[in-house]
Write a protein that binds this ligand. Structure first.
Ligand code: RM4
Ligand code: MN
Length: 388
């Protein structure tokens, strides 16, 4: 039997980090549709993130993206967040939008370009010092498009050298979290294409380097929960970038395409104690809301993670272990499916009510009047976004 009060306590303690870029305009390479009321600067993004936290109670941190969230004084930004009950989370570097990075950043054949990329990463650590952020999140668009274009091994050497320099700059409480992605924008080789490459570099760097699993960055059919279990066992799972995909890196709302996969992933987290604060696994969203309302979409995403978490926490691990030990294939599978098929919405409504929240976060947001306010007030200026 699962201890319901422990499940509730775990749900109340959960923290989901939302991405600053999720509040801005985004789109595909075909079109970016602007929406009314969208933030014009990082401060307004934090105001929106505060609405998500107010409605859900479990979204107290916001990831930044540099240079998209560049401000004059990062301590001021951190204080602004603090006044709204938020803290600043991972600092995401950007080595994919500068013209100099056409054929690579830290893996570029030209040492001058590599220097520029490393300087940017070091600047991100300076920003972390000012914001109090723990994590430097690295995703490299580096790779090649054509066979023979560059030396695969030399690119790994350049990558290792850059990572080592940045790693050496980290403070005692800071971490480097290294994200992998199968392909895109590079279409032939990618320099950090999979968890194994990220893990191998992290092992060489040291204990402050961990792997980021972005759920949208795998080949179709990849067993992501296996990767999660493996990395947790090795103490190298640093963070999740949650989102959903139907085809490639679609960045749709987490839990929308395949809620069962999200449950299986979070079951491995629960089973391997990954929700314990001491494990320092960051649960982040990395999504873009191209056609739907942004703040409600982030709220819905947070709720989807909560629902999958609740189901994962409801798995009767004693019964599961007993069935596994007995070689009871169908029995073990049934224990898992019983938890997955539980409607956890009443449980989460109860948890929210106990926290003094509206049991329905989306209704709470609608009732807050925030959307009407930002549509009326955020007029003029330049909206934040990719502007593709
Ligand atoms: C990348 C990657 C990073 C995110 C950017 C916006 O595809 O997933 O995590 O920072 O997108
Ligand atoms: Mn990501």
């Amino acid at each position: 039997m699962t201890d319901l009060s422990a499940v509730k306590a775990a749900l109340k303690a959960q923290e989901i980090e939302t991405p600053s870029w999720g509040y801005g305009n985004s789109g595909t390479r075909f079109k970016v549709f602007a929406q009314e009321g969208v933030p014009r600067d990082p401060f307004e993004k934090l105001e929106d993130a505060a609405q998500v936290h107010a409605a859900t109670g479990v979204a107290p941190r916001v990831s930044l993206h540099i240079p998209w969230d560049r401000v004059e004084d990062y301590a001021v930004l951190a204080a602004f967040a603090g006044e709204r009950g938020l803290t600043l989370g991972a600092v995401n570097s950007n080595t994919f939008q500068d013209d100099d990075f056409r054929i690579g950043s830290v893996c570029h054949p030209d040492a001058k370009v590599r220097r520029k990329a490393v300087e940017h990463l070091l600047e991100c650590v300076d920003i972390m010092d000012a914001t109090g952020s723990r994590d430097l999140k690295l995703w490299f668009a580096d790779g090649t498009n054509y066979p023979g274009q560059d030396d695969i091994t030399a690119r790994q050497d350049r990558l290792a050298e850059a990572l080592a320099e940045v790693y050496a700059r980290l403070g005692d409480e800071q971490r480097m979290i290294l994200e992998y992605k199968l392909f895109e924008p590079a279409f032939y080789t990618t320099d950090v294409p999979d968890w194994g490459t990220s893990y191998a570099h992290c092992l060489k760097l040291g204990p402050k380097a961990k792997v980021v699993v972005d759920t949208g960055h795998h080949a179709p059919g990849t067993n992501i929960e296996f990767i999660v279990a493996f990395l947790l066992r090795e103490g190298r799972l640093g963070a999740f970038d949650f989102n959903s995909r139907f085809y490639a890196d679609d960045d749709l709302m987490v839990g929308s395409a395949d809620p069962f996969q999200l449950f299986r992933i979070l079951h491995e987290v629960a089973k391997n104690d990954g929700f314990a604060p001491g494990k320092q696994v960051a649960f982040m969203l990395d999504q873009c809301h191209n056609i739907e309302g942004k703040i409600p979409a982030v709220i819905r995403s947070v709720m989807n993670v909560q629902e999958a978490t609740a189901k994962a926490l409801l798995v009767d691990l004693d019964a599961l272990g007993a069935a596994q030990q007995a070689g009871d294939v169908l029995g073990a599978n049934a224990v898992l499916m019983d938890a997955y098929n539980t409607d956890v919405r009443p449980l989460l409504a109860e948890v929210r009510a106990e926290q003094g929240l509206n049991p329905d976060p989306l209704a709470a947001y609608r009732a807050s009047g925030w959307q009407q306010r930002i549509v009326a007030e955020r007029v003029g200026g330049t909206q934040a976004g990719w502007g593709a």
